[in-house]
Design a protein around this ligand. Sequence first.
Ligand code: MC0
Length: 146
Amino acid sequence: MLTRIDHIGIACFDLDKTVEFYRATYGFEVFHSEVNEEQGVREAMLKINETSDGGASYLQLLEPTREDSAVGKWLAKNGEGVHHIAFGTADVDGASDAIRNKGVRVLYDEPRTGSMGSRITFLHPKDCHGVLTELVTAAPPAATDH
Ligand code: MC0
């Protein structure tokens, strides 16, 4: 059902400085960047490796675009660091239903738009041992315009 770590979301105060840290320290380059107004983030995706399910794993660096966004609130409380993990699936709708049926709160009734045209939802961290968990179905390759 869940076939890869799609990404690890890292909250930061200054996206450009954080991108430069990952480039200078590890040699990771930006694969894609965008602003997601619905989620209130400016983000950069650093591709780490391709995965056996045909997808890939990324680091996702996240700077809030507004203080009252999920990342803005989290940063004010916790400072910079790992904000969430995301698992990849070919079927975010089916995975959401299956996980909801196990008693875990799925935060969206219907998946929303995530990075690179993906479809995403989140599981409540209080139901996942303190880890905000995202489910991701990547856009079909032809629809990905990075
Ligand atoms: C909040 N909590 C967390 C957490 N955020 N625990 C672990 N990891 C996190 N990231 C905890 C708080 O410490 C608090 O615990 C409790 O959850 C309630 O938090 P709150 O500060 O009162 O905030 P709420 O309840 O208003 O919102 C929390 C919730 C929200 C998880 C529902 O952040 C949310 O809807 N997140 C999903 C959307 C999101 O995170 N988007 C940003 C990434 P205590 O013990 O103090 O009560 S967007 C993204 O990643 C997209 C672009 C993509 O991947 O493509």
